[in-house]
Each structure stands twice: as structure tokens, then as C-alpha cells.
Design a protein around this ligand. Structure first.
Ligand code: ADP
Ligand code: MG
Length: 264
């Protein structure tokens, strides 16, 4: 189990997450309006859309952190909606989330932060935890940084620690909420490169929520756009680039002016 995901799954086309007719209101605000989406196993899917479109709300529904008003969610074929307690926790253990602000504990070292979830599970020896921490830090390019404190790290490095912590749990699905938001362009580029690299190496099911088209094009196999509470378009990065849907065209026009198709 230490060799996370390196034994890439055979069934790359199964459905990891299925969202069916999801509706969610916040008082008078109808945020999700009958949203349907399938996330395929072993692929990296970017969910894009403007700020406030409902991307984070959708992610929270996918891992059962909040309940829909109607509609359902299936994780590897098992219905998540309506589950509580241990049954819900069992499904939630299949996910790891990389939070926007990294959410590291400042009083713990980098190594302790990465190993935290493993230590809490109490199934592993000290040495096993240390080995996993070392391996995951190496994967994100932070070899030997175990004893540093989060306060000593740059924003991009903290993000890497957050990614290592998610990988340490050996989840079936990793969710990223705005992985490049708040980083300067150089750091953002490095995180995109790392995510693309991990995608190719690990072949994990990944969901990346972002308003950054540049990041979506670089890090995903599939892009879905959320607009007015629904997925209005989805496809490969190439299909997205060529879309003639005016809403998509407008959303990616700023990126098109600066980027080139070669960047796909
Ligand atoms: N807990 C909440 N209470 C009330 N409104 C919320 C809550 N969470 C999200 N919203 C609203 O839902 C909409 C979508 O939010 P969000 O999913 O965070 O957008 P984004 O696409 O930027 O991630 C916004 O209008 C936001 O104000
Ligand atoms: Mg958000």
C-alpha cells in the first residue's frame, strides 16, 4: 500500500463519481440547478466556471460534507446521498482533499503534517509512517523537508505539502479546490507542472476545481464547465478549446489571447 497508485488500475473507464440531477439552494439562491456529471476513474477532470458559479459547493456535495436539496451522488457505484455515520465515513475515506489555503497546522512540522492522517489511523508503525511521509514528500519535490515548519515555507511549498498529505492517505480520489489561486504565476506554473506529472505517474482519479483555464488545460484530461447551476459543456481540452458555445468562448477568450494551442 505504500506504493500509492503506481499499480495503475486496469479499468480506466469505470465511473468513479456520478452526480445526478443535483439541486441546492441557499435561501433564495438556487446554486445547483439539476447538475449531472460523471467523473471517470483514472482520469483528471477539471471543473471550471466563474467565481460564485458553485464549484466549491459541488465538491462539498461530492464528499458528503453537505447535503443536496434533491438529486443523488454515487461513489464507485454506491449511493452517498442519505448516508450518515460510519457508512458515510467509509465512503469519505476514499477521498482526500487539497484545500485552497493548504490548511496545514502551523505548530507541527512538515513531516508531522503529512503523516497526521496516518498517525490518527493508528494502524501503522512509526517507521511505516516515516517511510510514507518521505516518499510522498519526494513525489512533490520536497525531499528532506520533514523537520521544517509551515511558517518557513512559501505559498507554493505549502501547497506541495498539502498535496503530499493528501497522497499519504492513498485515496482513490483526490480533490483539489483552486490549487493555483493566490499563487504568483511562477508558483502556479510549478503546481500545474507537478499536478500534470502526478497525473501521468499515478493515474489517480482527480477532480480539480478551478477558475483558472490555464491550469485546467495543463492538468486535466477532461474539462466540464459549470454555468447557471448546470454543466453546460464538457470534453477533452482540445474539444473545449474549439468549442463554439458562446459562453465557453467568452470564458476562455482571455486565456486564448495569451496562450497558444501548443500549451494544451
Ligand atoms: N454555506 C453557504 N451559505 C450560503 N450561501 C453559500 C454557502 N456556500 C456557498 N454559497 C453560495 O453559493 C454560490 C456558489 O459558491 P461557491 O461554490 O463557493 O462558488 P465557486 O464556484 O466560486 O467555488 C455563491 O453564491 C455562494 O455565495
Ligand atoms: Mg470555490
Amino acid at each position: 500500500m505504500v506504493g500509492i497508485g503506481l499499480d495503475a488500475k486496469e479499468t480506466l473507464n469505470g465511473t468513479a463519481i456520478e452526480v445526478r440531477q443535483l439541486h441546492r439552494w441557499f435561501r433564495g439562491n438556487h446554486v445547483l440547478r439539476g447538475l449531472d456529471l460523471k467523473i471517470r476513474e483514472g482520469t483528471a477532470t477539471a471543473i471550471v466556471g466563474s467565481s460564485g458559479a458553485g464549484k466549491s459547493v459541488l465538491l462539498k456535495h461530492m464528499i458528503g460534507l453537505t447535503k443536496p436539496d434533491s438529486g443523488s451522488i454515487f461513489v464507485f457505484g454506491e449511493e452517498l446521498t442519505g448516508k450518515t455515520g460510519m457508512a458515510l465515513e467509509a465512503i469519505q475515506r476514499r477521498f482526500a482533499m487539497v484545500f485552497q489555503g493548504s490548511a496545514l497546522l502551523n505548530s507541527l512540522t512538515v513531516g508531522q503534517n503529512v503523516g497526521l492522517g496516518l498517525t490518527e489511523e493508528r494502524r501503522l508503525s512509526r517507521k511505516q509512517v516515516d517511510d510514507i511521509v518521505r516518499e510522498k514528500l519526494a513525489l512533490v519535490g520536497l525531499e528532506g523537508k520533514e523537520s521544517q515548519l509551515p511558517g518557513e515555507l512559501s505559498g507554493g511549498m505549502k501547497k506541495r505539502v498539502g498535496i503530499a498529505r493528501a497522497l499519504a492517505m492513498d485515496p482513490d480520489i483526490i480533490l483539489f479546490d483552486e490549487p493555483t489561486t493566490g499563487l504568483d504565476p511562477v508558483m502556479a506554473e510549478r503546481i500545474d507542472t507537478l499536478m500534470a506529472d502526478l497525473k501521468n505517474k499515478l493515474r489517480k482519479t482527480t477532480v480539480i476545481v478551478t477558475h483558472d483555464m490555464d491550469s485546467a488545460f495543463k492538468t486535466s484530461d477532461h474539462i466540464a464547465m459549470i454555468y447557471e447551476g448546470k454543466i453546460i459543456e464538457q470534453g477533452s481540452p482540445e474539444e473545449f478549446w474549439r468549442s463554439t458555445n458562446p459562453t465557453i468562448e467568452q470564458f476562455i477568450s482571455r486565456f486564448k489571447r495569451h496562450g497558444t494551442e501548443e500549451g494544451l
